[in-house]
Every structure is written in C-alpha cells, then in structure tokens.
Design a protein around this ligand. Structure first.
Ligand SMILES: [Zn+2]
Length: 291
C-alpha cells in the first residue's frame, strides 16, 4: 500500500460544507471562520455574497426590522418558458433563497436612527428586477416619503428579469419616478452597491443615490465586460467595472469594507438628517429629594 493511500485510509472523512476553497485566493478556509467574519475571506478579504436576511442583520439594530409586502408574488403575464416555465423557476428560486422575491423591504433602526430599508437577494433568480421588485421598491420609497424616513437600498442584481420583458423594464421608470418625488420632499437616499450590481438595476434606482456606496471589489456596470469588449473591440482597462475603478472615475462616492458599513451609513444619516453626532448623554439622575 502506498504512503498516500495509507494516509487517506486513516484520515476521518470531512463533513460537507465545513471547508471551502476561496473563489478569489484559492486558500482553503473554514466556513465557520468565514461566517463569523462578516463572510469575508480571512486570507484575502474577499467579500462573499450575503443573503438579504444576513444583510438586514448586519445593518439593522437587533430585532428592529419590520418587513412589509412579504407575500407579494409575481405573475407570469407572458407565459414565459426558457429551460423551464417561469412559475417553476419562481418556485425553485423561493426554495433556494427562502424569499418570496428578489427584494426584501421594510423599516428598522440603524444605530437608533429610524430608516426605510430595501435589500436585494441575489440567490433569487440573480436578484433580477421584475414587477414585484419594482412594485416593492416603489412602495418602500413612497412609505419613506410619507413617514419622512431616510432610505437605504442595497443592490445585488443581474439587471431586469427577462422573463417579464417589457414589464420588467418598466420598473426602471417606476422606481426612478418614485425616487424623484422622494427627493423633492428633501429626504436622503443612500444606495449601496454590492457584488454584482448590473443591468437595469444599475441603470435605475441603484445609481440615483444622493450618496452611492459600494463594497470593495464589487462588480458594478450595465453590460458585462465580455459584451463590451466584443462590442467596442478593444481591451478594457485593468480593474474595469470594479468599485474602486468607479470611485476613481467619479461614478460612486465611497468604497466601504463590510465591517465598517453600519457605522458609516449611520454616520452619513446623522450628517444628512442634522442629528447630533453622538447620542446625547444620559440625563443626570435627579437629586434625591430632601427627606
Ligand atoms: Zn480568499
């Protein structure tokens, strides 16, 4: 028996899902360490995808998030079939993501500041925008305007959902229109772009933030680099469509590592809402009344 097969025989089997090869640096990383580190690779700091719920936990104060429109489901107006019929695709996406659609919306607090929050879930059909994503986003924006709340939308999206075709495309106009009225009310909209944010999502609400933030190295663009390269028949510059490249070229305002996101967003909201920089000190206990 060779040395290697003897070692193989002696080694206990590794349970599935305990270790993972980093998709960025190829190091073998311990999944528990990844999960305890904001889903950042401990070796190369690669920012792994967060689900909508993980993102809400990261940004909102504990138990402060109250969801709205949770059971809004898409129809199939075009009877669209690609590899499988669209309703089947939706059912699979629901099972995979645990969400009813690619956008979760609601209200909560961040460092005690009330705000309206929308978070896209990339695991639901690539975070694509169809009629439900557009409707939920528009309702969130209108609620934020009515209650005079600051607004944050976290994008992770492959663009408009082709299964809804023109109805999906119309959501770009709807969400942009809702934001126009929101901004007319003098309220702040922060847009956070995460890996990846592309297509009609980039071309509508995601790019309309008063302040646009992004996570490090996030891919942000309209068409993918391969399509652009084929169209213009030129090599693309290094780092093209990365968050850092877009920051350097004035398309976004800040690149913020995940562990600093909550404090940075809360700080921006305090500034934009003219709130005290720090929480006011606790009032001194009233002097004991004379006996
Ligand atoms: Zn890594």
């Amino acid at each position: 028996m060779s040395l290697f097969s003897r070692i193989r025989r002696r080694r206990p089997p590794i349970p599935d899902g305990l270790w993972l090869k980093c998709q960025s640096c190829a190091e073998i990383i311990y999944v528990k360490a990844l999960n305890e580190n904001f889903k950042l690779c401990p070796k190369c700091n690669h920012h792994y995808l967060l689900s909508a719920r993980e993102r809400i936990d990261l940004l909102c104060d504990a138990d402060s998030f109250s969801e709205m429109d949770a059971v809004m489901l898409p129809g199939d107006p075009l009877n669209f079939v690609d590899a499988i019929p669209y309703p089947e695709k939706q059912a699979k996406a629901r099972e995979k993501s645990g969400e009813n659609e690619a956008l979760v919306t609601g209200t909560g607090t961040i460092e005690a500041i009330p705000f309206a929050l929308g978070v896209m879930d990339f695991t639901y059909i690539g975070g694509t925008m169809g009629s439900v994503v557009g409707e939920k986003a528009a309702r969130l924006i209108e609620l934020a305007r009515d209650r005079r709340l600051p607004l944050l939308i976290v994008s992770a999206s492959g663009g408009v959902r082709m299964h809804e075709s023109i109805i999906g495309l119309m959501q770009m106009a709807k969400t942009s229109g809702a934001l126009f009225y929101y901004k007319q009310a003098g309220l702040p909209f922060l847009s956070l772009l995460t890996n990846p944010t592309t297509g009609g999502t980039t071309a509508s609400f995601a790019s309309l933030g008063d302040i646009i933030l992004a996570e490090p190295n996030a891919l942000i663009g309209f068409a993918g680099p391969r399509v652009i390269k084929q169209t213009i028949r030129q090599d693309l510059p290094k780092g093209f469509q990365s968050a850092e490249f877009l920051l350097e070229h004035g398309m976004i305002d800040m690149v913020v590592p995940r562990p600093q996101l909550k404090a940075t967003i809360a700080g921006l909201l305090r500034y934009l809402l003219r709130l005290p920089v720090e929480a006011p000190p606790e009032p001194a206990p009233a002097a004991a009344s004379a006996a």
